[in-house]
Design a protein. Sequence first.
Length: 159
Amino acid sequence: MALKIPRCARCSNACELKTLASVSGEDGPLKLTLQAMPIFECAKGHKAPVHGDFMIWLIREIRAREAQIAAGKEQGMIFKKHLCGACGKDLAPKPERRQEYSYELKYEETSPFKLELDMPLYKCSSCGKEQLRSTKDLHAHVAQAIVGINDSAGFPHSG
Ligand SMILES: [Zn+2]
Ligand SMILES: [Zn+2]
């Protein structure tokens, strides 16, 4: 295993590679849940991400996946309108329902873990296609939702 296991930054005890059963973070309409995320944990229970860039990597991975989900188009500078990505007609003003999207992620040599994105879907008033209101809108919430994940995982603030 090429992953370097450091000593704990807070108490300098030896760390072990472990996994966290489930952690969630929310911001605005977006809810993120990670299951079995790999972490470092020392004997005193101090937790840290498996790499200094892990959270940044996570944000990039999530944004890449979000970009694959069908979404509407945003129009207007001040008064925003959301149009269907398929036919260009208005999306319903209120979300139809929430949908959970599951993905498997893998960081370097650590074991794979599960990412769940939970987001509201809006129905097109014309063709009926369900979609995200706008990818850009959700992109904006990823970093803050990750702060929530960071905090519920018990990681120190860094980066
Ligand atoms: Zn420690
Ligand atoms: Zn449509």
